[in-house]
Design a protein around this ligand. Structure first.
Ligand SMILES: [Zn+2]
Length: 372
């Protein structure tokens, strides 16, 4: 399988994030992607290719141009405004209740983008969980190019391609970033496939978290089906979307399938959910599937609370590959760094129909070389 990778992600150099208002060591760090890269290089069965530039067109086909402009200038605004901060996050958001009782026209006029960088961040973001630094926008743009280059490889005939995207994307909505995500790589890839092929596309999201951004972007779309297995939002981020009764509207009615799982979900429960998800995926009359691949479903993940083991990732990949659909596989989350390389290797080998061939150590410490 070909793997698309760009070192541009290293410039999105995040060391601290905030969780419930407290600074904590960052989870979404450069080491994650480097662990995966190193493990796939060591495997010997993957061919690395560099992304090609695709410009802004495929991005604004999915995202509000205002969001893209903000992300592009955000860090220079922090500097220009002299804000003494190592990274930019918001802490004030235009909660819809701020405008309760006001007409839609009044809200449209009043709820406009302010000038202060923190206010602008609040205007465009879901939360304070996507710290933005000098290298964030170039890295996010490179992650999109990684995804679109994986699309190119599959359109050119590859059975599957893997885009090692960082930062991840599935929490980014049309006009909103958040949750470590800035631009929605998977949604941009799905839209590009629809435009290139005229076919319907399915997105299979197997990150631990619900991909609220992907759901929102395609909510009324009949040509992109979104299917997600994730932690029940009653207990897990992003809290306000991801329930089973969210099924889409308009042309998209019935095209959104959420499968929330309980805390402690086992390999067996997960594979049952996967079978349900794959039934919905293969019911889409198209040839290509975009996979939002997360490993925060792993039993030792510091954010997740599922109980999956490395060998089940091979089986998940195998079942997804066995659908016979051509796969654009894009990296989302996964925060237990020692296992990331081996979990990715297991999943991707499964998707190719290769045996897992686990490392004797389970991968821990074997591929620990880290950059950034
Ligand atoms: Zn996640």
């Amino acid at each position: 399988m070909q793997v698309v990778y760009s070192p541009a992600h290293l410039a999105h150099d995040i060391t601290v994030e905030t969780f419930m208002g407290m600074p904590i060591p960052a989870n979404e760090v450069a080491e994650r992607a480097e662990r995966i890269r190193t493990a796939l290089e060591a495997d010997g069965g993957f061919q690395f290719v560099e992304p090609t530039q695709h410009g802004e067109g495929p991005i604004t086909a999915v995202h509000d141009p205002g969001l893209v402009r903000f992300l592009e200038v955000a860090w220079s605004e922090v500097r220009r405004q002299g804000l003494p901060r190592p990274f930019l996050t918001a802490d004030t958001y235009p909660n819809r209740r701020m405008f309760e009782g006001m007409s839609a026209d009044a809200v449209a006029a009043l709820a406009r983008e302010p000038e202060h960088a923190a206010g602008r961040a609040g205007f465009w973001s879901l939360d304070s969980a996507a710290p933005l630094v000098a290298g964030t926008y170039p890295a996010a743009r490179a992650a999109v190019d990684v995804a679109l280059t994986a699309v190119d490889l599959v359109l050119a005939g590859a059975t599957a391609a893997y885009g090692l995207c960082r930062p991840p994307g599935h929490h980014a909505a049309r006009s909103m970033y958040g949750g470590y995500c800035f631009l929605n790589n998977a949604a941009i890839a799905a839209e590009a496939i629809v435009r290139a092929t005229g076919e319907r596309v399915a997105i299979l999201d197997v990150d631990y978290h619900h991909g609220n951004g992907s759901q929102q972007i395609f909510w009324r779309r009949g040509d992109v089906r979104y299917v997600s297995i994730h932690a029940d939002p009653d207990r897990a981020y992003p809290y306000f979307l991801g329930r089973a009764d969210e099924t889409g509207e308009g042309d998209g009615a019935g095209e959104n399938l959420n499968i929330p799982l309980r805390a402690g979900a086992t390999n067996e429960e997960y594979l049952d959910a996967l079978n349900r998800a794959l039934e919905a995926i293969v019911a889409v009359p198209g040839s290509m599937v975009v996979v939002s691949l997360g490993f925060d479903t792993y039993g030792l993940d510091p954010i997740g609370d599922f109980a999956l083991t490395t060998d089940v990732y091979h089986e998940v990949g195998r079942r997804v590959g066995a659908t016979g659909r051509r796969l654009v596989i894009l990296q989302e989350g996964g925060y237990h760094r020692p296992s990331l390389g081996e979990n990715a290797r297991a999943w991707l080998r499964g998707a190719e129909g290769r045996p897992f061939d686990p490392l004797p150590s389970g991968g821990f410490g074997e591929h620990g070389a880290v950059a950034g």
